[in-house]
Write a new protein. Sequence first.
Lengths: 232, 208
Amino acid sequence: MKKVYESAAEALNDLLFDGMFIAAGGFGLCGIPELLLQAIKDNGARNLTFASNNAGVDDFGIGILLQSRQVKKMISSYVGENAEFMRQYLSGELEVEFNPQGTLAERMRAAGCGIPGFYTKTGVGTVIAEGKEHREFNGETYILEEGLSVDLSIVKAWKADATGNLMFRKTARNFNPLAAMCGKVCVVEVEEIVPTGSLDGDHIHLPGVYVHRIIQGTHEKRIEQRTTRAAA
Amino acid sequence: MAWDRNQMAARAALELQDGMYVNLGIGIPTLVSNFIPEGITVTLQSENGMLGTGPFPVEGDEDADLINAGKQTITELPQTSYFDSAIAFGMIRGGKIAMAILGAMEVAENGDLANWMIPGKLVKGMGGAMDLVAGVGRVVVVMDHTNKHGDSKLLTACTLPLTGKAVVDRIITNLGVLDVVEGGLKIIETADGVTEDELRAATAATIV
């Protein structure tokens, strides 16, 4: 089965529909599927719900879909760097479900592993726990969190082979393997598609079983906070 | 007189013990890495998927794929490892990270912590803070003792939505160090040039 597609638009356009639920990898602007997000903007699909740790910045990442009003709801842990997000949220235009970061990651992982729910002590005694089942294990209180299954996963990896085996690079891995696991269909953008057999099977970070479509492209890879020290 | 940001970070660094795996929050806690005492080796965890965070890169060596939880460009060390966000929080929730040093908007005398939102005004999100305070061995808060209006940030009860309930062990402020104990907060030490009376006067929480 062919997994390699020519462009983000070709890989996505027959998958997108209004009101769909999408999981996106990335932490801040690091390891975000920037080409696929642009293709979603170009496609114009609306009323989208995104599960993504962050919401990009005003003009990059998911921020471009907030500006075009294509996002109905965000499920995120931290959105502090996006003024347009804050404006739409405070004015009631945008629905937001805050998830603790580790809970969000585990909800994606669990869904991809056939686990419909799990107990965690994260958020006990806070608004996060309201309305959720509480249960004691060994004298400690935990709350039930549910796996998060989505219609589409969009992911950025470093390298793929044609069968969809993926390698990530440094902290750009973050939510990407987990976002990949929780979708009915997973589309991945990579910096390089390498010949099958050239990646060491022991060094694959996410096996191709989770990956359905792959595109190769040129990434801006914008840096959010460029911090340096003086040369010695 | 009181401690400045660097002095608060330096005081917080004295909490580190040799061999610890530690998570440092954004802001003053990040500065703690500049003051790790001689002879102590700690491994810093960054919740975006890295153990063994290194210093900022020299100009020209910035790598968009290598950032800390504050989204700042950093470098790796010989012992660095990378992993996904589920593993990053697995080690936090699983109690493998000995200590978290983080900032706060409010701390209550029972150890309640609020640091993620001000209803109707400021909505940033909790990030990894709820997981950290629920999971790590010891929670140390580093923050200014009072807010910009001069009101105590150490309270009998938090007014803002909580990040965690009864989770804080120690508070380091510009005025001193306090522990959360039975019945309230206990003064451990005062900052240079700050008297115990001054610290008490600036604190709304019960001091025992």
